[in-house]
Design a protein around this ligand. Structure first.
Ligand code: FAD
Ligand code: SF4
Length: 473
């Protein structure tokens, strides 16, 4: 009866899936959102107006057929919805969990103005999780093999998306990654409270069954030469991410107790998953006063991981105001609920310590106020004179973002890199995402700079189309 209601969006408010209780959330590394029930998701999906001009699809970087699969959900046709959602997205269950929907699909939803956007991300997650649980798998039985083989370097979202499109078009992808598990930063960056590791383990099985080969624990340039890939494969795709940590450039960054965000997060994942090789790589903040510097997704993940490790206090200092934070609003709200204290408009100028004991004792910050907009339209912070203060800290986690880390061997193979370090592989050219070496394509963070899972997926998929055109299959 409810599902025939054209005014569902008026009668039924937007509702996200329920969250787990706060004790679980602050102690355990498990996803905080409970799954939607069939009835909840149908009720929420039915709020979609099918407005005829789906801005949500424009807001979604992979241009998912959102209203179409929402309709299938209201009809209880989850298998067809899964089939449809995989036509545009290689990892819909991941995007449903980690996309900053408030800035993407849901931010563009017509209902966002006044009624509350449709819960698109949670519906996308529901579709794939449910279809997989019911035994749905991508059907490749009609695919004709071309006999071509492509080496994919990096099992992050860009590499996986590229491999997904290639295998569906009869090209054999072989994916190399230095890590023991697929996913790139999805697995070795994003913590379990946003995305449990079993999600990628299931996806690895699905991809393997589709025919994608994985060579894990294999670093290209060390365990296998790039030359060998160029020689043995018809083309190569590089989706190797960005791994140079940005520094603040102020005194004290090398003091004991100051850590880059990613080693902290990776150490945590490895400990939780039993993948730890060297116990010294685990950074414990239990009982400590933690200060996190930065305002993006990585900073939020450090904040919330510290809470779960049992930090005495967690303070996040960010140089702009809350409005101008780059991370997902949802994750900032979750961090606040879990007990993170935010200090906005604070710019670190020094990490202090080094006295008796030698370690960090605090972070000296100045207060900032927002001035004129910069070239990206973001207002530039300016220092308020005489506003210095010290935030006490036993551990400082630095989450200022990442710069590209192009390997040395690119130049030897004629692969050009921009001055800022990104590999040059333009979208607009005869073969999309081809580098200056015609046999080599690239996409994701190593081309666009560190960004999002969904944009890496888009570029991996687009590059696969470029490769298919190049191979003329
Ligand atoms: P990556 O995911 O970095 O994958 C690159 C892969 O290449 C890695 O597995 C690496 O081991 C492998 N590799 C590199 N060099 C070699 C080599 N020589 N040989 C073999 N393998 C190699 N995005 C979101 O959308 N939502 C979020 O909530 C979010 N949270 C984040 C939290 C953190 C802590 C971080 C760090 C990032 C987050 N991001 C988030 C960003 C997102 O994870 C990345 O933009 C995305 O993973 C980039 O995909 P990629 O495939 O380009 O690179
Ligand atoms: Fe929204 Fe991301 Fe899914 Fe696109 S992929 S519909 S942006 S959650």
């Amino acid at each position: 009866e409810r599902l025939s209601n054209d005014f569902q969006f008026v009668d039924v408010s937007r509702a996200d899936p329920p969250k787990k209780d706060i004790i679980t959330r602050t102690n355990e590394f498990v996803e905080i959102y409970q799954p939607f029930s069939e009835r909840q998701v149908a009720n929420q999906a039915h709020r979609c107006l099918d407005c005829g001009n789906p801005y949500c699809e424009t807001g979604c970087p992979v241009h998912n057929y959102i209203p179409n699969w929402l309709k299938l959900v209201t009809e209880g046709n989850v298998m067809e919805a899964a089939e449809l959602s995989h036509q545009t997205n290689s990892l819909p269950e991941v995007c449903g969990r980690v996309c900053p929907q408030d800035r993407l699909c849901e931010g563009a939803c017509t209902l966002g103005d006044g009624f509350g956007a449709v819960t698109i991300g949670s519906a996308e997650k529901y579709i794939t999780d449910t279809a997989f649980a019911l035994g749905w798998r991508p059907d490749l039985s009609h695919v004709q093999k071309t006999g071509k083989r492509v080496a994919v370097i990096g099992a992050g979202p860009a590499g996986l998306a590229c491999a997904d499109v290639l295998v569906r078009n009869g090209v054999q992808p072989v994916v190399f990654d230095r890590y023991p598990e697929i996913g790139g930063l999805i697995t070795f960056g994003i913590p379990e409270f946003k995305l449990e590791k079993s999600v990628m383990q299931r996806r690895r099985q699905v991809f393997t069954d589709m025919g994608i080969e994985f060579c894990l624990n294999t670093e290209v340039g060390k365990d296998i030469a790039f030359d060998a890939l160029l020689r043995d494969y018809d083309a190569v795709f590089m989706g190797m991410g960005t791994y140079n940590y940005m520094k603040g450039g102020f005194p004290g960054e090398d003091l004991p107790g100051v850590y880059d965000a990613l080693p902290f997060l990776i150490g945590n994942v490895n400990r939780n998953m039993g993948w730890e090789k060297n116990p010294e790589e685990f950074i414990s903040v239990e009982g400590k006063r933690v200060v996190v510097l930065g305002g993006g997704d990585t900073a939020m993940d450090c904040n919330r991981s510290s809470i779960r490790q049992g930090a005495k206090s967690v303070t996040c200092a960010y140089r702009r105001d809350e409005e101008n934070m780059p991370g997902s609003r949802r994750e900032v709200a979750n961090a606040k609920e879990e007990g993170v204290r935010f200090l906005f408009n604070r710019q670190p100028v020094e990490i202090v310590g080094g006295g008796t004991g030698g370690g960090v004792t605090g972070v000296k910050v100045v207060t900032t106020e927002l001035g004129e907009a910069d070239e990206n339209g973001r207002r530039r912070p300016q220092v308020v004179p005489g506003s210095e203060e010290i935030i006490p800290a036993d551990v400082v986690l630095v989450a200022f973002g990442f710069r590209p880390s192009p390997p040395d061997w690119l130049a030897e193979h004629g692969i050009q890199v921009a001055e800022w370090g990104g590999v040059l592989a333009p979208a607009e050219q005869r073969f999309k995402y081809q580098t200056s070496n015609e046999k080599v394509f690239a996409g994701g963070d190593m081309v666009r700079g560190s960004d999002l899972v969904v944009t890496a997926i888009w570029e991996g998929r687009q590059a696969a189309e470029g490769i298919l055109d190049y191979l003329d299959v």
